[in-house]
Each structure stands twice: as structure tokens, then as C-alpha cells.
Design a protein around this ligand. Structure first.
Ligand code: TA6
Length: 297
């Protein structure tokens, strides 16, 4: 399922929004603002880079990532829709992150550079009601991502999961900490999905960590003492926060992830998954948004 390719040229702005052949000859959009630069692939509407002037990159990208039709990109911000996690007979994390999206809008002002990408299924299919995804990426002093999902079916409700699966670049994950989730309940995927209560004010990462925090709208802060910064994950329209680091064994098991890369990344993901999944009535729209930036520690 993908949108008809639409011409890029009308939406390009020299020096602000440019297009080139990126890795794997996939179309890559370059966003330049006064404060930052970002890179976005039409493949999966995948943000692979965001960096403010004079700072470390905000996002981690695996040096082993695939860049090929039908394959997800490893790192940056995978766009997860309409299901989260594995699914019998289908790719993990849904079809949106391997679909070819279209550039439909763009703008650039003194501070911000913005694009909107779109993916539509115009008609109901046996699996899915008709729907339209519009993903707005804004580069300014922060990286702002807004995913609007519209159920364009006139007859069918659309139960779906969505998640912005952000890989943050970290100096050393073993010295990092996650603040903002104390008191939330989570499913511990490395302990048989056992439901637990988070008691830590600052959550350390000391091994494989794969947790789905539920019913939380909290802003999360990742402290990164090695790079002397904290990463702020503010969100709206999201009840779930997922925390993931593969650690050693899982890192080795992933072909598109370097064995020695796990210390330099941490996923803090914002969405609506598991019992936080949403059901869109015909004609309804739900918007999931995050604002991501770093500050000195
Ligand atoms: O969000 C955490 C997670 O669900 C982990 O269980 C792990 O599978 C990760 O996503 C990456 O999934 P992927 O399909 O991109 O390899």
C-alpha cells in the first residue's frame, strides 16, 4: 500500500528543502533551518538525522542499516503503524515504515523548515479501512513530529496502534538515566510481559531493556552525562512510552545493527500501543506529536 508518487519539485525550496539520492539511492530530503539540519527519507517517512548547530546529533543511526525497498531503516525515527511489535505473516511494526510516502506540503520561514509527507489507502480493503496518514516534520531549535491518522472509511471503525520509535544518540547508555516515568505501570518484555510499577525516579539501563509504559502522558528526560546533555521527549496525543536498548546479545542477533552500537543508543518511543491502542470512528482523526530537543546537563 503506498501513495501515488507525486512530483517533488513544487515543494522544494533552494537552501531550505532539497532532495537528493541518499543511501541505497532512496530519495532523501534535506531540511535546513537557522538552528538545525534534518534528513528525511520518503521511504517510511523516516527521519534519519537531526542536529542543532554546535551539538551532537540528536538521533542514532546504525552503520549497518538497510536502505532498500521493503526493508526498515535502523535508527532515526521509525514510524510505526498500524500495529506495534510482531504480527503473524507480516513485517514487525506495521507497513508504514517500509512504504513510499509522498511530499505534499512544505514551508520555510526565518526559524523553521517544515515538510508534510502523506500515505493514503483510498479504499477499504479486507485488512484495513480506508485511511490517510499525514506526517509533519519540523526542524527548528527542536525536532517536531506530528502524525495525523484519519479514518477515511465511511463505514468501518479502525482500531490501530501507532508509535514514533525514536532512537536517541547517547554518549554511553550505561551512564544514562530516564526521568519522568516513576509511578507509571509497564509491561516488561524481558520478563514475559509481566506488568510492573515503575518505582525509580531515574531509571538506569544495566542490561537488555524493553518496557511498554502505559497510560502516561509524561514528558521524559534522558540524562547523558558523557555528552553533558539531557534529551527532552515532550509528547501529546500519546498514552504509551516505550523504552528499549537491545544490550549485548540482542545487538549481536540483529544483522542491521552493529555488535558494538548498543552503548551509543537508547529508544524512548511515543505512541499508543497495546491497551492504549485507539479506535478511530469513520471520519475521525487522531494526532500523535512529539517535540524532541537537547539541553546542557
Ligand atoms: O520498541 C521496542 C521493540 O518492540 C523491541 O522489542 C525490538 O523489537 C525493537 O522494537 C526493534 O524492532 P525492529 O522490528 O525495528 O527490529
Amino acid at each position: 500500500m503506498s501513495s501515488e508518487a507525486t512530483p517533488l519539485q513544487p515543494h522544494l525550496i533552494p537552501g531550505r528543502i532539497e532532495a537528493r539520492a541518499g543511501n541505497g539511492h532512496l530519495t532523501q530530503l534535506l531540511l535546513t533551518s537557522h538552528a538545525s539540519k534534518a534528513e528525511v527519507y520518503l521511504h517510511g517517512a523516516h527521519v534519519t538525522h537531526f542536529q542543532r548547530q554546535g551539538e551532537h546529533p540528536l538521533l542514532f543511526m546504525s552503520s549497518r542499516s538497510s536502505f532498500a525497498p521493503g526493508k526498515p531503516i535502523r535508527g532515526g525515527v521509525p514510524l510505526i503503524f498500524p500495529w506495534f511489535g510482531p504480527r503473524d505473516g507480516a513485517p514487525a511494526h506495521g507497513f508504514a515504515r517500509t512504504a513510499e510516502w509522498s511530499l505534499v506540503e512544505s514551508s520555510a520561514n526565518d526559524d523553521a523548515t517544515r515538510i508534510t509527507l502523506e500515505l493514503t489507502q483510498p479504499l477499504d480493503s479486507p485488512q484495513w479501512p480506508a485511511h490517510r496518514l499525514r506526517y509533519r516534520v519540523t526542524a527548528d531549535t527542536a525536532l517536531r513530529l506530528e502524525l495525523a491518522v484519519t479514518n477515511t472509511s465511511t463505514t468501518r471503525a479502525f482500531p490501530c496502534e501507532s508509535c514514533l520509535h525514536t532512537y536517541f544518540a547517547i554518549g554511553d547508555v550505561a551512564q544514562a538515566g530516564i526521568v519522568g516515568l516513576q509511578g507509571a505501570r509497564y509491561l516488561d518484555k524481558v520478563d514475559g510481559f509481566a506488568e510492573k510499577a515503575e518505582t525509580a525516579t531515574k531509571i538506569p539501563i544495566t542490561g537488555e531493556t524493553d518496557r511498554v509504559y502505559l497510560d502516561t502522558a509524561a514528558t521524559v528526560t534522558i540524562s547523558d552525562p558523557v555528552w553533558g546533555r539531557k534529551l527532552i521527549v515532550a509528547k501529546s496525543g500519546s498514552a504509551s512510552t516505550v523504552v528499549w536498548n537491545p544490550w549485548i546479545a540482542k545487538a549481536k542477533a540483529m544483522a542491521d545493527f552493529g555488535d558494538d552500537e548498543y552503548p551509543r543508543m537508547l529508544c524512548v518511543e511515543s505512541g499508543n500501543v497495546d491497551r492504549n491502542r485507539i479506535t478511530l470512528a469513520p471520519g475521525a482523526t487522531a494526532t500523535l506529536a512529539v517535540e524532541l530537543h537537547s539541553e546542557p546537563l
